[in-house]
Design a protein around this ligand. Sequence first.
Ligand SMILES: NC(=O)c1ccc[n+]([C@@H]2O[C@H](COP(=O)([O-])OP(=O)(O)OC[C@H]3O[C@@H](n4cnc5c(N)ncnc54)[C@H](OP(=O)(O)O)[C@@H]3O)[C@@H](O)[C@H]2O)c1
Length: 399
Amino acid sequence: MGKCMIVGCGGVASVAIHKCCQNSEVFEEILIASRTKSKCDALKEKLSGGKTKIHTAQVNADSVDELVALIRDFQPDVVLNLALPYQDLTIMEACLATKTHYVDTANYEPPETARFEYGWQWAYRERFKEAGLCALLGSGFDPGVTGVFAAYAQKHQFDEIHYLDILDANGGDHGYPFATNFNPEINIREVTAKGSYWEDGRWVETEPMEIKREYDFRQIGKKDMYLLHHEELESLAQNLKGIRRIRFFMTFGQSYLTHLKCLQDVGMTSIEPIDFQGRKIVPLQFLKAVLPDPASLGPRTVGKTNIGCIFQGVKDGKPKTYYLYNVCDHQECYREVGSQAISYTTGVPAMIGAMLVMNGTWNKPGVWNMEQFDPDPFMDALNRWGLPWVEDFNPVLVD
Ligand SMILES: NC(=O)c1ccc[n+]([C@@H]2O[C@H](COP(=O)([O-])OP(=O)(O)OC[C@H]3O[C@@H](n4cnc5c(N)ncnc54)[C@H](OP(=O)(O)O)[C@@H]3O)[C@@H](O)[C@H]2O)c1
């Protein structure tokens, strides 16, 4: 069918690229463009031999000019941004300059401020609309599939959804005392930030990790989970009619939290540059360099993830509860694509989002969040491409 340019070649990109190659009818040609070309070449070497034709290139995705030159040369139908949130705006600019559709998995965040919000990318709505281009934001699992689950529940199960709890559980064990499952810098910025949830039309802010609950997850068991701010709350609060409260919880083990607290206490998670032996360094970036590369956790991680949404609302005048979730096994992911489940659960929806934009199923001019499209084709694709979902019509609720 067409050509896709993938920016970045880390944990998530590696899964998405494996999946594009499995889906060669749609992804006839891909260009893997990232900062470190040797990683792109190694992946090309591993995956060559299939039907998808793979190209590689070095690119600094902070440079609109470099991106534009590469896009002009390769002429993809869509650019799939799997670099870091810092690159979202330069890649969107390059897509506008070259009249190319855009897909990503995480919303923009300025490097110098740990504050992510959709405002920066929503500001591009008119420009994408006028150019007749589609930008699909947040096509990972959370954000991503969580928005699709919400749209599916809204379409098929409820007249009105009043309460939504998004639960992200990782029952995996990688054997390290401390490691993050995706980019450490982005992960630590996210979990050390203040928490917040949406209630009765306004944001309620909490201290980091202030709100804790225990939940018994299917196929994982009981886990402590903590309320975080998460980007899909922002779009779902606008797009789910009648919603009264949306919360996001993520599980963390005690070892992770104890290490994180020590690292915070000694200043290692700071993003303020410091002088070190005559040069400026950012402590969090230095910490990233000494932590295990998330892409290397695959062979050592055992256990499962369970990510899903619990909805409460009304259908035909009666109260109703509904839980939609996916369980993913770290070792099965590793056997299939050489990555653990966190990268897998993000990389598969990234490929699906790019596919639906490319084949026109989810393609309209403007800048869109996941829940703004018909969820059915995406739900079918999840079952087909490795993330089957489960429904529970009588879930235990979070208090
Ligand atoms: N929605 C979700 O469910 C979800 C879940 C997890 C992660 N994510 C998002 O997925 C994205 C990728 O995460 P990841 O764990 O795969 O991260 P990662 O392993 O650190 O990979 C990031 C890749 O981007 C490349 N890169 C960084 N800056 C670049 C630049 N200026 N120019 C070109 N390439 C650049 C890196 O190059 P090097 O190889 O040279 O470092 C690396 O290959 C992140 O935005 C993350 O927030 C979303």
